[in-house]
Design a protein around this ligand. Structure first.
Ligand code: NAI
Length: 332
C-alpha cells in the first residue's frame, strides 16, 4: 500500500471547503488507492467551527483518510504537504472596494508563500482558489522562491466547467461530450471564455464546437457574458457564492495536474505566463494547458482572431494592474 500524502486545505471552515474536503477524502482527487493526511488551516476565531468539520470527517468513516490536523498555524498547516488548496481568503464585504480586498488578501498570500517555502515539499502543487486568485498565486510564488514557479496555479476550472455546461446545453449533448473550451486570462469578469477551439462529440465523432453551435453571434456575446457573470448570478439566486461547483472545479484541477490530460485534450489553468499568445509575462494568466507526468505545458499554435486578441488584451491589462497594486501594497 502507498504511503499517505499530506494535503492542506486553507479556509477549511468555509463553504467551499465543506464540499471539497469530502471529495478529497473519499478519493476523487488523488485516487482511490492513495491514503491521505488532511491538514486544515483557518483563522483563530474559526477553530470551533473547524472542530465540527473534523468531527464530521471522522463520522464519514472514509477508509483513505488516515488523520486530520486542524490548525490556525501556517507552519503546522504547510509542513511536508504534497498538495495545497489555498481556498481561505478575506471575503468581500459590503462597501469594500476592490482595492481593500486585494490588499487584505495579498498579505495573506505573502505569509502563506513564506510558510510554503520553508515547510512544504519542494515539489508541492499549489492551487489558489481564494480571490483575486491569479494575483494571489503570483504573490504566493514570489514569497516561495525555493519552489518552482510552475508549481503555483490559480483556478479558472470553474469558469471552464461553466463554459462547457453552457455549450452542452445549447447543443443538447451530455456535458462530457464537450472538450477543449478555453478560459483565457484573469478569473474575473474580464476573463475570455473561448469556444473557437472547442469540440463536441456527436454521432460518433468530434466536430468543431462552432459548427455544432452554429451561431457565432451567440458564441461572441451571450455565451461570453453568461460565463463571465455566472458567479454573480449564483450569488443573486443563492445569496451565497458558488461553493459546490467551486469545490468540484478545484478537485478537477488538482486531479488533472497529478494524473495528466488525455492526448489531444486540454484544460485551462492560471499559470505563470511566458508571454504566449501576446499575454503579459510574469503574471498568472489562464491558458489552455496539456499535462503529462505532473507538468503542465501551454498549448501552442492555436490561431487567435482579432476578436480574441482584443479580449486577451483587456484581461492581460487587468492582470498587470492587479500586479502593480499588489506590489504597492506589499512594499508599502
Ligand atoms: P468562506 O468565507 O465561506 O470561507 C473562507 C474561509 O477562509 C473562512 O472560514 C475564513 O475564516 C478563512 N480564512 C480567512 N483568512 C484566512 C487565512 N489567512 N488563513 C486561513 N483561512 C482563512 O468563503 P468560500 O465561499 O469558501 O470562498 C473562499 C474563496 O474562494 C473566496 O475568496 C472566494 O472569492 C473564492 N472563490 C474562487 C473561485 C474561483 O473560481 N477561483 C470560485 C468561488 C469562490
Amino acid at each position: 500500500e502507498s504511503e499517505p500524502i499530506r494535503v492542506v486545505v486553507t479556509g477549511a471552515a468555509g463553504q467551499i471547503a465543506y464540499s471539497l474536503l469530502y471529495m478529497i477524502a473519499k478519493g476523487d482527487v488523488f485516487g482511490s488507492e492513495q491514503p491521505l493526511i488532511l491538514h486544515l488551516l483557518d483563522i483563530p476565531p474559526m477553530m470551533g467551527v473547524l472542530e465540527g468539520v473534523v468531527m464530521e470527517l471522522s463520522d464519514c468513516a472514509l477508509p483513505l483518510l488516515r488523520s486530520v490536523v486542524p490548525t490556525d498555524d501556517p507552519v503546522v498547516a504547510f509542513k511536508d504537504v504534497a498538495a495545497a488548496f489555498l481556498v481561505g481568503a478575506m471575503p468581500r464585504k459590503q462597501g469594500m472596494e476592490r482595492k481593500d480586498l486585494l490588499s487584505a488578501n495579498v498579505k495573506i498570500f505573502k505569509v502563506q508563500g513564506e510558510a510554503l517555502d520553508k515547510h512544504a515539499k519542494k515539489d508541492v502543487k499549489v492551487l489558489v482558489v481564494g480571490n483575486p486568485a491569479n494575483t494571489n498565486a503570483l504573490i504566493c510564488s514570489r514569497y516561495a522562491p525555493s519552489i518552482p514557479k510552475e508549481n503555483f496555479t490559480a483556478m479558472t476550472r470553474l469558469d471552464q466547467n461553466r463554459a462547457q455546461a453552457q455549450i452542452a446545453a445549447k447543443v443538447n449533448v451530455p456535458v462530457a461530450s464537450v472538450s477543449n473550451v478555453i478560459i483565457w486570462g484573469n478569473h474575473s469578469s474580464t476573463q475570455f471564455p473561448d469556444a473557437s477551439h472547442g469540440t463536441v462529440h456527436m454521432a460518433g465523432k468530434d466536430i468543431p464546437a462552432r459548427d455544432a453551435v452554429g451561431d457565432d453571434v451567440w458564441l461572441r456575446t451571450a455565451f461570453v457574458e453568461t460565463v463571465q457573470k455566472r458567479g454573480a448570478a449564483v450569488i443573486n439566486a443563492r445569496k451565497m457564492s458558488s461553493a459546490m461547483s467551486a469545490a468540484k472545479a478545484a478537485g478537477d484541477h488538482m486531479r488533472d495536474w497529478f494524473n495528466g490530460t488525455p492526448p489531444g485534450k486540454f484544460v485551462s489553468m492560471g499559470v505563470i505566463s511566458d508571454g504566449s499568445y501576446g499575454a503579459p509575462k510574469d503574471v498568472v494568466f489562464s491558458f489552455p494547458v496539456s499535462i503529462k507526468n505532473g507538468k503542465w505545458e501551454i498549448v501552442q499554435g492555436l490561431v487567435t482572431d482579432d476578436f480574441a486578441k482584443e479580449l486577451l488584451d483587456v484581461t492581460g491589462k487587468e492582470l498587470l494592474e492587479e500586479r502593480a497594486e499588489a506590489i504597492a501594497v506589499i512594499e508599502a
